[in-house]
Design a protein. Structure first.
Lengths: 295, 327
Protein backbone atom coordinates (compact mmCIF):
# COMPACT_ATOMS: atom_id res chain seq x y z
CA UNK A 1 0.00 0.00 0.00
CA UNK A 2 2.69 2.43 1.04
CA UNK A 3 4.73 1.40 -1.94
CA UNK A 4 1.85 2.09 -4.27
CA UNK A 5 1.38 5.56 -2.80
CA UNK A 6 5.08 6.27 -3.13
CA UNK A 7 5.21 5.14 -6.72
CA UNK A 8 2.19 7.27 -7.49
CA UNK A 9 3.84 10.31 -5.86
CA UNK A 10 6.99 9.67 -7.86
CA UNK A 11 4.84 9.24 -10.96
CA UNK A 12 3.06 12.55 -10.51
CA UNK A 13 6.31 14.36 -9.73
CA UNK A 14 7.74 12.83 -12.88
CA UNK A 15 4.71 13.98 -14.89
CA UNK A 16 5.11 17.47 -13.48
CA UNK A 17 8.79 17.46 -14.45
CA UNK A 18 7.86 16.51 -18.02
CA UNK A 19 5.21 19.25 -18.08
CA UNK A 20 7.80 21.80 -16.98
CA UNK A 21 10.28 20.53 -19.56
CA UNK A 22 7.73 21.02 -22.34
CA UNK A 23 6.78 24.44 -20.97
CA UNK A 24 10.43 25.49 -20.99
CA UNK A 25 10.83 24.23 -24.56
CA UNK A 26 7.74 26.14 -25.65
CA UNK A 27 8.69 29.38 -23.93
CA UNK A 28 12.46 29.71 -24.28
CA UNK A 29 12.66 31.28 -27.76
CA UNK A 30 10.05 33.86 -26.83
CA UNK A 31 11.75 34.72 -23.55
CA UNK A 32 15.04 34.95 -25.42
CA UNK A 33 13.47 37.34 -27.92
CA UNK A 34 11.98 39.62 -25.27
CA UNK A 35 15.14 39.66 -23.14
CA UNK A 36 17.47 40.23 -26.10
CA UNK A 37 15.36 43.17 -27.26
CA UNK A 38 16.55 45.01 -24.12
CA UNK A 39 20.27 44.37 -24.66
CA UNK A 40 23.03 45.65 -26.91
CA UNK A 41 24.38 43.29 -29.56
CA UNK A 42 27.62 42.97 -27.67
CA UNK A 43 25.79 41.85 -24.56
CA UNK A 44 23.48 39.49 -26.45
CA UNK A 45 26.47 37.58 -27.85
CA UNK A 46 28.30 37.79 -24.52
CA UNK A 47 25.35 36.26 -22.65
CA UNK A 48 24.69 33.58 -25.26
CA UNK A 49 26.64 30.78 -23.60
CA UNK A 50 24.99 31.05 -20.18
CA UNK A 51 21.59 31.29 -18.55
CA UNK A 52 22.01 35.07 -18.74
CA UNK A 53 20.67 34.82 -22.30
CA UNK A 54 17.22 34.43 -20.73
CA UNK A 55 17.57 36.96 -17.94
CA UNK A 56 17.07 40.69 -18.20
CA UNK A 57 20.30 41.51 -16.41
CA UNK A 58 23.29 43.69 -17.21
CA UNK A 59 22.92 46.84 -19.23
CA UNK A 60 19.16 46.89 -19.82
CA UNK A 61 17.45 49.63 -21.79
CA UNK A 62 14.70 50.33 -24.30
CA UNK A 63 17.21 51.89 -26.72
CA UNK A 64 16.58 49.20 -29.34
CA UNK A 65 12.91 50.13 -29.46
CA UNK A 66 13.79 53.75 -30.11
CA UNK A 67 16.25 52.67 -32.81
CA UNK A 68 13.57 50.53 -34.49
CA UNK A 69 11.42 53.58 -35.05
CA UNK A 70 14.44 55.43 -36.48
CA UNK A 71 15.45 52.67 -38.83
CA UNK A 72 12.06 51.70 -40.27
CA UNK A 73 8.68 53.44 -40.44
CA UNK A 74 7.53 51.06 -37.70
CA UNK A 75 4.65 53.29 -36.61
CA UNK A 76 3.37 53.35 -40.17
CA UNK A 77 3.63 49.56 -40.52
CA UNK A 78 1.80 49.08 -37.23
CA UNK A 79 -0.96 51.49 -38.24
CA UNK A 80 -1.28 49.74 -41.61
CA UNK A 81 -1.60 46.33 -40.02
CA UNK A 82 -4.04 47.56 -37.38
CA UNK A 83 -6.17 49.24 -40.06
CA UNK A 84 -6.08 46.33 -42.50
CA UNK A 85 -6.86 43.75 -39.80
CA UNK A 86 -9.62 45.85 -38.20
CA UNK A 87 -11.41 46.55 -41.49
CA UNK A 88 -11.10 42.93 -42.61
CA UNK A 89 -12.48 41.69 -39.29
CA UNK A 90 -15.41 44.14 -39.15
CA UNK A 91 -16.46 43.68 -42.78
CA UNK A 92 -15.83 39.94 -42.53
CA UNK A 93 -18.13 39.62 -39.53
CA UNK A 94 -20.84 41.62 -41.28
CA UNK A 95 -20.72 40.06 -44.75
CA UNK A 96 -20.32 36.45 -43.62
CA UNK A 97 -22.89 36.55 -40.82
CA UNK A 98 -25.41 38.21 -43.14
CA UNK A 99 -24.92 35.48 -45.72
CA UNK A 100 -25.13 32.72 -43.11
CA UNK A 101 -28.26 34.33 -41.65
CA UNK A 102 -30.12 34.17 -44.95
CA UNK A 103 -28.86 30.64 -45.68
CA UNK A 104 -29.85 29.38 -42.26
CA UNK A 105 -33.06 31.19 -41.37
CA UNK A 106 -34.80 32.40 -44.51
CA UNK A 107 -36.76 30.64 -47.21
CA UNK A 108 -34.55 31.40 -50.18
CA UNK A 109 -34.80 29.32 -53.29
CA UNK A 110 -31.56 27.62 -54.26
CA UNK A 111 -29.89 28.28 -50.94
CA UNK A 112 -28.81 24.69 -50.51
CA UNK A 113 -26.80 24.77 -53.73
CA UNK A 114 -25.25 28.08 -52.74
CA UNK A 115 -24.26 26.74 -49.35
CA UNK A 116 -22.75 23.61 -50.88
CA UNK A 117 -20.79 25.72 -53.38
CA UNK A 118 -19.51 27.91 -50.53
CA UNK A 119 -18.39 24.90 -48.51
CA UNK A 120 -16.69 23.45 -51.58
CA UNK A 121 -14.26 26.38 -51.59
CA UNK A 122 -12.87 25.17 -48.26
CA UNK A 123 -10.89 22.47 -50.03
CA UNK A 124 -8.86 25.01 -52.01
CA UNK A 125 -5.79 26.06 -49.99
CA UNK A 126 -4.80 29.71 -50.29
CA UNK A 127 -1.38 28.75 -51.66
CA UNK A 128 -3.08 27.27 -54.72
CA UNK A 129 -4.92 30.50 -55.40
CA UNK A 130 -2.20 32.96 -54.50
CA UNK A 131 -0.33 33.15 -57.80
CA UNK A 132 -3.29 33.17 -60.20
CA UNK A 133 -4.83 35.71 -57.79
CA UNK A 134 -1.85 38.05 -58.15
CA UNK A 135 -2.35 38.02 -61.91
CA UNK A 136 -6.11 38.42 -61.50
CA UNK A 137 -6.04 41.40 -59.10
CA UNK A 138 -3.66 43.07 -61.53
CA UNK A 139 -6.40 42.91 -64.19
CA UNK A 140 -9.17 44.29 -61.97
CA UNK A 141 -10.46 47.81 -62.50
CA UNK A 142 -10.75 50.29 -59.70
CA UNK A 143 -12.72 53.48 -59.40
CA UNK A 144 -11.66 56.34 -57.24
CA UNK A 145 -13.59 59.48 -56.51
CA UNK A 146 -11.12 62.31 -56.82
CA UNK A 147 -12.91 65.51 -55.95
CA UNK A 148 -15.84 65.44 -58.36
CA UNK A 149 -14.29 63.34 -61.09
CA UNK A 150 -14.43 59.58 -61.11
CA UNK A 151 -10.99 58.23 -61.82
CA UNK A 152 -10.57 54.84 -63.37
CA UNK A 153 -7.48 52.74 -63.00
CA UNK A 154 -6.50 49.20 -63.89
CA UNK A 155 -4.80 46.88 -61.48
CA UNK A 156 -5.06 46.56 -57.73
CA UNK A 157 -1.39 45.92 -57.10
CA UNK A 158 0.16 48.20 -54.52
CA UNK A 159 -3.01 49.38 -52.77
CA UNK A 160 -4.75 48.95 -49.45
CA UNK A 161 -7.82 47.31 -50.93
CA UNK A 162 -5.82 44.44 -52.39
CA UNK A 163 -4.83 43.58 -48.83
CA UNK A 164 -8.43 43.72 -47.57
CA UNK A 165 -11.16 42.95 -50.10
CA UNK A 166 -10.06 39.44 -51.20
CA UNK A 167 -10.11 38.30 -47.54
CA UNK A 168 -13.50 39.63 -46.40
CA UNK A 169 -15.72 36.77 -47.56
CA UNK A 170 -14.67 33.52 -45.99
CA UNK A 171 -16.37 30.17 -46.44
CA UNK A 172 -15.29 28.95 -43.04
CA UNK A 173 -16.73 32.02 -41.27
CA UNK A 174 -20.02 31.47 -43.10
CA UNK A 175 -19.95 27.83 -42.01
CA UNK A 176 -19.29 28.75 -38.36
CA UNK A 177 -22.09 31.32 -38.30
CA UNK A 178 -24.43 28.89 -40.06
CA UNK A 179 -23.77 26.22 -37.44
CA UNK A 180 -24.36 28.70 -34.66
CA UNK A 181 -27.53 30.21 -36.15
CA UNK A 182 -29.03 26.75 -36.51
CA UNK A 183 -28.86 26.42 -32.71
CA UNK A 184 -30.86 29.60 -32.11
CA UNK A 185 -34.63 28.84 -31.98
CA UNK A 186 -36.47 29.99 -35.11
CA UNK A 187 -39.51 30.88 -32.97
CA UNK A 188 -37.65 34.08 -32.05
CA UNK A 189 -37.82 35.17 -35.69
CA UNK A 190 -41.53 34.35 -35.85
CA UNK A 191 -42.22 36.40 -32.76
CA UNK A 192 -40.25 39.35 -34.12
CA UNK A 193 -42.06 39.09 -37.45
CA UNK A 194 -45.43 39.22 -35.74
CA UNK A 195 -44.22 42.41 -34.08
CA UNK A 196 -43.57 43.73 -37.59
CA UNK A 197 -39.80 43.44 -37.72
CA UNK A 198 -38.14 43.14 -41.14
CA UNK A 199 -35.49 40.52 -41.88
CA UNK A 200 -32.57 42.87 -41.45
CA UNK A 201 -33.93 44.00 -38.10
CA UNK A 202 -34.25 40.37 -36.99
CA UNK A 203 -30.67 39.79 -38.08
CA UNK A 204 -29.37 42.85 -36.26
CA UNK A 205 -31.49 42.90 -33.13
CA UNK A 206 -32.50 39.30 -32.51
CA UNK A 207 -29.98 36.86 -33.94
CA UNK A 208 -26.64 38.68 -33.92
CA UNK A 209 -26.82 39.68 -30.24
CA UNK A 210 -27.19 35.97 -29.42
CA UNK A 211 -24.28 34.93 -31.64
CA UNK A 212 -21.49 36.41 -29.52
CA UNK A 213 -19.36 33.24 -29.32
CA UNK A 214 -19.52 32.72 -33.09
CA UNK A 215 -18.54 36.35 -33.63
CA UNK A 216 -15.58 35.98 -31.26
CA UNK A 217 -14.40 32.91 -33.14
CA UNK A 218 -14.76 34.56 -36.54
CA UNK A 219 -13.04 37.73 -35.29
CA UNK A 220 -10.03 35.77 -34.03
CA UNK A 221 -9.79 33.55 -37.10
CA UNK A 222 -9.91 36.62 -39.34
CA UNK A 223 -7.60 38.75 -37.25
CA UNK A 224 -4.70 36.29 -36.90
CA UNK A 225 -4.08 35.67 -40.62
CA UNK A 226 -4.62 39.36 -41.38
CA UNK A 227 -2.05 40.42 -38.80
CA UNK A 228 0.36 37.65 -39.74
CA UNK A 229 -0.06 37.93 -43.49
CA UNK A 230 3.27 37.75 -45.27
CA UNK A 231 3.18 35.87 -48.58
CA UNK A 232 0.38 38.01 -49.99
CA UNK A 233 1.68 41.53 -49.17
CA UNK A 234 5.13 40.36 -50.23
CA UNK A 235 3.79 39.87 -53.74
CA UNK A 236 1.21 42.64 -54.13
CA UNK A 237 2.61 45.64 -52.24
CA UNK A 238 5.71 47.54 -53.26
CA UNK A 239 5.24 50.98 -51.71
CA UNK A 240 6.73 51.41 -48.28
CA UNK A 241 3.79 53.41 -46.95
CA UNK A 242 1.34 50.56 -47.68
CA UNK A 243 3.32 47.75 -46.08
CA UNK A 244 2.11 45.71 -43.10
CA UNK A 245 4.25 44.73 -40.10
CA UNK A 246 5.54 41.34 -41.25
CA UNK A 247 7.11 42.81 -44.39
CA UNK A 248 8.93 45.36 -42.21
CA UNK A 249 11.24 42.58 -41.07
CA UNK A 250 13.11 42.71 -44.39
CA UNK A 251 14.38 46.20 -43.57
CA UNK A 252 16.59 44.94 -40.78
CA UNK A 253 18.72 42.85 -43.07
CA UNK A 254 19.79 45.65 -45.32
CA UNK A 255 23.25 47.00 -44.43
CA UNK A 256 24.52 46.09 -40.97
CA UNK A 257 22.27 43.82 -38.94
CA UNK A 258 21.61 44.85 -35.35
CA UNK A 259 20.12 41.80 -33.66
CA UNK A 260 18.97 43.80 -30.66
CA UNK A 261 16.85 45.90 -33.00
CA UNK A 262 15.58 42.84 -34.87
CA UNK A 263 14.47 41.33 -31.57
CA UNK A 264 12.88 44.64 -30.52
CA UNK A 265 10.89 44.81 -33.75
CA UNK A 266 9.91 41.13 -33.48
CA UNK A 267 8.73 41.74 -29.90
CA UNK A 268 6.86 44.86 -30.95
CA UNK A 269 4.76 42.99 -33.51
CA UNK A 270 4.31 39.88 -31.37
CA UNK A 271 3.45 41.26 -27.93
CA UNK A 272 0.09 42.84 -28.93
CA UNK A 273 -1.12 39.46 -30.21
CA UNK A 274 0.19 37.66 -27.13
CA UNK A 275 -1.63 40.14 -24.87
CA UNK A 276 -4.86 39.60 -26.83
CA UNK A 277 -4.31 35.86 -26.57
CA UNK A 278 -3.83 35.91 -22.80
CA UNK A 279 -6.83 38.23 -22.33
CA UNK A 280 -9.16 36.11 -24.49
CA UNK A 281 -7.47 32.77 -23.95
CA UNK A 282 -10.54 30.57 -23.96
CA UNK A 283 -11.93 32.15 -27.14
CA UNK A 284 -8.56 31.87 -28.88
CA UNK A 285 -8.14 28.21 -28.07
CA UNK A 286 -11.74 27.33 -28.97
CA UNK A 287 -11.48 29.25 -32.24
CA UNK A 288 -8.28 27.62 -33.30
CA UNK A 289 -9.59 24.22 -32.27
CA UNK A 290 -12.64 24.76 -34.48
CA UNK A 291 -10.42 25.78 -37.38
CA UNK A 292 -8.67 22.44 -37.13
CA UNK A 293 -11.90 20.62 -37.79
CA UNK A 294 -12.28 21.92 -41.32
CA UNK A 295 -9.30 19.79 -42.42
CA UNK B 1 -38.19 21.56 -57.04
CA UNK B 2 -37.15 24.51 -59.15
CA UNK B 3 -33.57 24.43 -58.01
CA UNK B 4 -32.41 23.30 -61.44
CA UNK B 5 -33.33 26.69 -62.81
CA UNK B 6 -30.63 28.32 -60.73
CA UNK B 7 -26.96 28.24 -61.61
CA UNK B 8 -24.69 26.77 -58.96
CA UNK B 9 -23.81 30.25 -57.80
CA UNK B 10 -26.38 33.05 -57.84
CA UNK B 11 -25.62 35.98 -60.12
CA UNK B 12 -28.23 38.28 -58.55
CA UNK B 13 -31.71 38.28 -57.03
CA UNK B 14 -33.44 38.39 -60.42
CA UNK B 15 -33.86 34.69 -61.31
CA UNK B 16 -35.90 33.95 -58.22
CA UNK B 17 -38.49 36.64 -58.77
CA UNK B 18 -40.48 35.26 -61.72
CA UNK B 19 -41.36 32.02 -59.99
CA UNK B 20 -43.39 33.40 -57.08
CA UNK B 21 -45.19 35.93 -59.26
CA UNK B 22 -46.27 33.35 -61.83
CA UNK B 23 -47.49 31.14 -59.05
CA UNK B 24 -49.37 34.05 -57.56
CA UNK B 25 -51.42 34.36 -60.74
CA UNK B 26 -52.84 30.88 -60.33
CA UNK B 27 -53.30 31.16 -56.57
CA UNK B 28 -56.68 31.75 -54.96
CA UNK B 29 -57.01 35.47 -54.44
CA UNK B 30 -57.97 36.64 -50.98
CA UNK B 31 -56.05 34.82 -48.19
CA UNK B 32 -52.99 33.89 -50.29
CA UNK B 33 -52.05 37.27 -51.60
CA UNK B 34 -50.35 38.96 -48.63
CA UNK B 35 -48.45 35.78 -47.83
CA UNK B 36 -47.23 35.46 -51.41
CA UNK B 37 -46.04 39.04 -51.41
CA UNK B 38 -44.30 38.41 -48.15
CA UNK B 39 -42.72 35.36 -49.72
CA UNK B 40 -41.40 37.37 -52.65
CA UNK B 41 -39.96 39.95 -50.31
CA UNK B 42 -38.29 37.20 -48.33
CA UNK B 43 -36.69 35.90 -51.53
CA UNK B 44 -35.43 39.32 -52.49
CA UNK B 45 -34.05 40.28 -49.10
CA UNK B 46 -32.58 36.80 -48.74
CA UNK B 47 -30.65 37.13 -51.97
CA UNK B 48 -29.58 40.65 -51.06
CA UNK B 49 -28.07 39.24 -47.86
CA UNK B 50 -26.40 36.30 -49.58
CA UNK B 51 -25.06 38.36 -52.48
CA UNK B 52 -22.12 40.29 -50.93
CA UNK B 53 -20.33 37.21 -49.61
CA UNK B 54 -21.02 35.08 -52.68
CA UNK B 55 -19.94 37.79 -55.11
CA UNK B 56 -16.67 38.18 -53.18
CA UNK B 57 -16.11 34.43 -53.06
CA UNK B 58 -16.83 34.23 -56.77
CA UNK B 59 -14.36 36.98 -57.53
CA UNK B 60 -11.56 35.94 -55.21
CA UNK B 61 -11.86 32.17 -54.85
CA UNK B 62 -13.86 30.58 -57.67
CA UNK B 63 -12.55 32.72 -60.50
CA UNK B 64 -8.85 32.62 -59.52
CA UNK B 65 -9.15 28.86 -59.06
CA UNK B 66 -10.58 28.44 -62.55
CA UNK B 67 -8.14 31.01 -63.93
CA UNK B 68 -5.23 29.20 -62.34
CA UNK B 69 -6.33 26.05 -64.09
CA UNK B 70 -6.61 27.87 -67.41
CA UNK B 71 -3.45 29.95 -67.09
CA UNK B 72 -1.39 26.82 -66.49
CA UNK B 73 -1.89 25.98 -70.18
CA UNK B 74 -0.88 29.43 -71.47
CA UNK B 75 2.21 31.64 -71.56
CA UNK B 76 0.68 34.39 -69.35
CA UNK B 77 3.10 36.68 -67.54
CA UNK B 78 2.28 38.91 -64.60
CA UNK B 79 2.91 42.07 -66.58
CA UNK B 80 3.15 41.72 -70.32
CA UNK B 81 2.09 43.78 -73.32
CA UNK B 82 1.68 40.68 -75.45
CA UNK B 83 -1.64 38.80 -75.63
CA UNK B 84 -1.89 35.49 -73.83
CA UNK B 85 -1.40 32.41 -75.98
CA UNK B 86 -2.44 28.83 -75.43
CA UNK B 87 0.66 26.66 -75.23
CA UNK B 88 -0.82 23.26 -74.37
CA UNK B 89 1.12 21.27 -71.83
CA UNK B 90 4.43 23.13 -72.30
CA UNK B 91 4.48 24.32 -68.68
CA UNK B 92 3.94 20.80 -67.39
CA UNK B 93 6.61 19.36 -69.66
CA UNK B 94 9.02 22.01 -68.42
CA UNK B 95 8.06 21.36 -64.81
CA UNK B 96 8.43 17.58 -64.98
CA UNK B 97 11.83 17.90 -66.68
CA UNK B 98 13.09 20.48 -64.18
CA UNK B 99 15.30 18.87 -61.51
CA UNK B 100 14.55 21.77 -59.13
CA UNK B 101 10.86 20.89 -59.20
CA UNK B 102 11.61 17.25 -58.37
CA UNK B 103 13.95 18.45 -55.66
CA UNK B 104 11.14 20.57 -54.17
CA UNK B 105 8.80 17.56 -54.18
CA UNK B 106 11.48 15.47 -52.51
CA UNK B 107 12.10 18.19 -49.91
CA UNK B 108 8.45 18.56 -48.91
CA UNK B 109 8.08 14.78 -48.77
CA UNK B 110 11.10 14.58 -46.45
CA UNK B 111 9.64 17.44 -44.39
CA UNK B 112 6.22 15.76 -44.20
CA UNK B 113 7.63 12.30 -43.41
CA UNK B 114 9.40 13.67 -40.32
CA UNK B 115 6.94 16.35 -39.25
CA UNK B 116 3.76 14.25 -39.47
CA UNK B 117 4.71 11.54 -36.96
CA UNK B 118 6.93 13.65 -34.68
CA UNK B 119 4.62 16.65 -34.45
CA UNK B 120 1.45 14.64 -33.97
CA UNK B 121 3.23 12.45 -31.40
CA UNK B 122 4.57 15.38 -29.39
CA UNK B 123 1.20 17.11 -29.62
CA UNK B 124 -0.48 13.99 -28.22
CA UNK B 125 2.02 13.84 -25.34
CA UNK B 126 1.35 17.50 -24.58
CA UNK B 127 -2.42 16.91 -24.69
CA UNK B 128 -2.11 13.93 -22.31
CA UNK B 129 0.03 16.04 -19.96
CA UNK B 130 -2.68 18.64 -19.51
CA UNK B 131 -5.80 16.52 -20.06
CA UNK B 132 -6.47 15.97 -16.35
CA UNK B 133 -7.43 18.89 -14.15
CA UNK B 134 -4.65 19.96 -11.81
CA UNK B 135 -3.49 23.19 -10.24
CA UNK B 136 -1.81 25.30 -12.88
CA UNK B 137 -3.34 23.50 -15.85
CA UNK B 138 -4.22 26.86 -17.42
CA UNK B 139 -0.68 28.08 -17.05
CA UNK B 140 0.72 25.10 -18.90
CA UNK B 141 -1.92 25.18 -21.60
CA UNK B 142 -1.20 28.87 -22.22
CA UNK B 143 2.53 28.24 -22.51
CA UNK B 144 2.12 25.23 -24.78
CA UNK B 145 -0.12 27.24 -27.03
CA UNK B 146 2.01 30.40 -27.06
CA UNK B 147 4.08 29.47 -30.16
CA UNK B 148 0.88 28.98 -32.16
CA UNK B 149 -0.21 32.61 -31.74
CA UNK B 150 3.28 33.81 -32.61
CA UNK B 151 3.59 34.62 -36.30
CA UNK B 152 5.55 32.03 -38.27
CA UNK B 153 7.55 34.88 -39.79
CA UNK B 154 8.66 36.09 -36.35
CA UNK B 155 9.33 32.51 -35.30
CA UNK B 156 11.49 31.93 -38.38
CA UNK B 157 13.41 35.13 -37.72
CA UNK B 158 13.98 34.16 -34.11
CA UNK B 159 15.25 30.70 -34.99
CA UNK B 160 17.36 32.12 -37.80
CA UNK B 161 19.20 33.97 -35.06
CA UNK B 162 19.37 30.97 -32.74
CA UNK B 163 20.70 28.69 -35.52
CA UNK B 164 23.77 30.84 -36.21
CA UNK B 165 27.15 29.16 -35.92
CA UNK B 166 27.71 31.18 -32.72
CA UNK B 167 24.00 31.15 -31.82
CA UNK B 168 21.99 29.93 -28.89
CA UNK B 169 21.47 26.37 -30.16
CA UNK B 170 25.16 25.66 -30.68
CA UNK B 171 26.12 27.30 -27.39
CA UNK B 172 23.56 25.11 -25.64
CA UNK B 173 24.82 21.94 -27.36
CA UNK B 174 28.36 22.85 -26.45
CA UNK B 175 27.40 23.53 -22.81
CA UNK B 176 25.48 20.29 -22.24
CA UNK B 177 28.22 18.22 -23.89
CA UNK B 178 31.04 20.00 -22.00
CA UNK B 179 32.42 21.36 -25.25
CA UNK B 180 32.38 18.06 -27.11
CA UNK B 181 29.75 19.06 -29.68
CA UNK B 182 30.65 21.89 -31.98
CA UNK B 183 27.36 22.47 -33.75
CA UNK B 184 27.24 23.01 -37.51
CA UNK B 185 26.29 26.21 -39.28
CA UNK B 186 22.76 24.82 -39.40
CA UNK B 187 21.11 26.84 -42.16
CA UNK B 188 24.16 27.08 -44.44
CA UNK B 189 24.83 23.37 -44.60
CA UNK B 190 22.73 21.36 -47.11
CA UNK B 191 22.69 18.41 -44.69
CA UNK B 192 21.30 20.33 -41.70
CA UNK B 193 19.20 23.12 -43.21
CA UNK B 194 16.05 21.02 -43.66
CA UNK B 195 16.28 19.33 -40.24
CA UNK B 196 16.67 22.80 -38.71
CA UNK B 197 13.51 24.03 -40.45
CA UNK B 198 11.71 20.84 -39.41
CA UNK B 199 12.57 21.42 -35.74
CA UNK B 200 11.28 24.98 -35.64
CA UNK B 201 8.14 24.06 -37.58
CA UNK B 202 7.31 21.35 -35.06
CA UNK B 203 8.02 23.76 -32.21
CA UNK B 204 5.62 26.31 -33.67
CA UNK B 205 2.72 24.08 -34.66
CA UNK B 206 2.61 21.29 -32.04
CA UNK B 207 0.41 23.39 -29.71
CA UNK B 208 -2.20 23.69 -32.44
CA UNK B 209 -2.58 19.95 -32.79
CA UNK B 210 -2.40 19.51 -29.03
CA UNK B 211 -5.71 21.41 -28.89
CA UNK B 212 -7.28 19.09 -31.45
CA UNK B 213 -6.04 16.00 -29.58
CA UNK B 214 -7.47 17.52 -26.36
CA UNK B 215 -10.89 17.91 -27.96
CA UNK B 216 -10.69 14.24 -28.98
CA UNK B 217 -9.55 13.12 -25.52
CA UNK B 218 -12.37 14.98 -23.83
CA UNK B 219 -14.94 13.29 -26.02
CA UNK B 220 -13.99 9.88 -24.57
CA UNK B 221 -16.40 8.90 -21.82
CA UNK B 222 -14.96 8.86 -18.29
CA UNK B 223 -16.95 5.69 -17.58
CA UNK B 224 -14.70 3.75 -19.93
CA UNK B 225 -11.68 4.68 -17.81
CA UNK B 226 -13.52 3.79 -14.58
CA UNK B 227 -14.44 0.41 -15.99
CA UNK B 228 -10.86 -0.16 -17.09
CA UNK B 229 -9.57 0.79 -13.64
CA UNK B 230 -12.00 -1.63 -11.99
CA UNK B 231 -10.57 -4.35 -14.21
CA UNK B 232 -7.12 -3.36 -12.94
CA UNK B 233 -5.82 -1.93 -16.19
CA UNK B 234 -2.47 -0.18 -15.96
CA UNK B 235 -2.13 3.38 -17.29
CA UNK B 236 -0.49 1.95 -20.41
CA UNK B 237 -3.33 -0.51 -20.95
CA UNK B 238 -5.88 2.25 -20.42
CA UNK B 239 -4.12 4.26 -23.11
CA UNK B 240 -3.79 1.30 -25.42
CA UNK B 241 -7.35 -0.03 -25.12
CA UNK B 242 -9.45 3.03 -24.22
CA UNK B 243 -7.71 6.23 -25.30
CA UNK B 244 -6.11 5.14 -28.57
CA UNK B 245 -9.24 3.51 -30.09
CA UNK B 246 -11.30 6.50 -28.89
CA UNK B 247 -9.07 8.85 -30.87
CA UNK B 248 -9.62 7.12 -34.20
CA UNK B 249 -11.29 10.06 -35.94
CA UNK B 250 -9.10 12.70 -34.32
CA UNK B 251 -6.09 10.75 -35.52
CA UNK B 252 -7.12 10.83 -39.17
CA UNK B 253 -8.02 14.49 -38.94
CA UNK B 254 -4.66 15.40 -37.44
CA UNK B 255 -2.66 13.32 -39.91
CA UNK B 256 -4.44 14.97 -42.82
CA UNK B 257 -4.16 18.55 -41.56
CA UNK B 258 -0.47 18.18 -40.73
CA UNK B 259 0.27 16.58 -44.10
CA UNK B 260 -1.50 19.34 -46.02
CA UNK B 261 0.24 22.02 -43.97
CA UNK B 262 3.57 20.30 -44.49
CA UNK B 263 3.13 20.20 -48.27
CA UNK B 264 2.39 23.94 -48.23
CA UNK B 265 5.69 24.82 -46.52
CA UNK B 266 6.76 28.32 -47.55
CA UNK B 267 7.18 31.08 -44.93
CA UNK B 268 10.01 29.44 -42.99
CA UNK B 269 11.96 28.79 -46.18
CA UNK B 270 11.44 32.29 -47.51
CA UNK B 271 12.64 33.94 -44.30
CA UNK B 272 15.47 31.57 -43.43
CA UNK B 273 17.09 29.99 -46.48
CA UNK B 274 15.44 31.15 -49.74
CA UNK B 275 15.42 27.52 -50.81
CA UNK B 276 19.15 27.07 -50.36
CA UNK B 277 21.79 25.94 -49.78
CA UNK B 278 21.94 24.06 -53.10
CA UNK B 279 18.12 23.75 -53.30
CA UNK B 280 18.15 21.63 -50.15
CA UNK B 281 15.17 23.49 -48.65
CA UNK B 282 13.19 24.58 -51.68
CA UNK B 283 9.50 23.62 -51.67
CA UNK B 284 6.58 23.40 -54.10
CA UNK B 285 5.09 26.70 -52.99
CA UNK B 286 8.50 28.35 -52.83
CA UNK B 287 9.09 27.36 -56.46
CA UNK B 288 5.63 28.65 -57.40
CA UNK B 289 6.36 32.01 -55.77
CA UNK B 290 9.84 32.17 -57.26
CA UNK B 291 8.54 31.67 -60.79
CA UNK B 292 5.22 33.47 -60.46
CA UNK B 293 6.35 36.48 -58.52
CA UNK B 294 10.10 36.92 -58.82
CA UNK B 295 10.26 35.87 -62.48
CA UNK B 296 6.68 36.99 -63.20
CA UNK B 297 5.82 33.74 -64.99
CA UNK B 298 2.22 33.43 -63.88
CA UNK B 299 1.56 30.53 -66.22
CA UNK B 300 4.37 28.32 -64.93
CA UNK B 301 3.50 29.20 -61.33
CA UNK B 302 -0.13 28.26 -62.00
CA UNK B 303 1.02 24.87 -63.29
CA UNK B 304 3.01 24.30 -60.08
CA UNK B 305 0.03 25.44 -57.96
CA UNK B 306 -2.17 23.01 -59.84
CA UNK B 307 0.12 20.10 -59.00
CA UNK B 308 0.05 21.21 -55.36
CA UNK B 309 -3.75 21.28 -55.44
CA UNK B 310 -3.91 17.78 -56.91
CA UNK B 311 -1.68 16.54 -54.07
CA UNK B 312 -3.99 18.16 -51.49
CA UNK B 313 -7.02 16.56 -53.16
CA UNK B 314 -5.32 13.17 -53.11
CA UNK B 315 -4.66 13.48 -49.39
CA UNK B 316 -8.25 14.55 -48.73
CA UNK B 317 -9.41 11.55 -50.73
CA UNK B 318 -7.23 9.30 -48.59
CA UNK B 319 -8.86 10.86 -45.51
CA UNK B 320 -12.32 10.11 -46.94
CA UNK B 321 -11.22 6.55 -47.56
CA UNK B 322 -9.81 6.11 -44.05
CA UNK B 323 -12.86 7.51 -42.27
CA UNK B 324 -15.35 5.76 -44.54
CA UNK B 325 -16.08 2.50 -42.64
CA UNK B 326 -18.11 3.59 -39.62
CA UNK B 327 -20.01 6.53 -41.10
Amino acid sequence: MKNALNSRAVGSAGTMAVRILFAAAAAFPIVFMLVSSLKTDQQIFGDMSSIAAFLPIGNISFDNYGAVFDRVPAARFLMNSIGISAITVVLGIFVNSLCAFALSRMEVRGKRIVFTAILATLIVPFQTLALPLVWWVNQLPYFELNGFSLEFSKGWLDTYQVQIIPFIANAFSIYLYHQYFESIPKELDEAARIDGAGWFKIYRQVVMPLAGPATATVAILTFLPAWNSYLWPLMVVQSEELRPVMIGIQYFFQLNVSWGEVMAYASLITVPVVILFIAFQRSFINSIASSGVKG
Amino acid sequence: MTTTRLPAVPPNPAPSSPAPSSRRASAPAAPGKPRRRRHLREQLSGWAMIAPATVLLLAFVFLPAILGFGLAFTNARLVSPRPIEFVGTDNFVRMFTDPTFWRSLLNVSYFALVVVPVQSGLALVMALLINKKFRGVNFFRTLYFLPVVTSIVVVSLLWLFMYRKDGLINEFLSNVSFGLIQGPDWLNDPATAMPAIIALSIWQAAGFHMIIWLAGLQSISGELYEAAQLDGASPWHQFRYVTWPGLRHTRTLILVTITIQALGLFDQVNVMTQGGPLDSTTTIIYEAVRSGFKQQETSYASAISLVFFVLVLLISAVQRYLTREKD
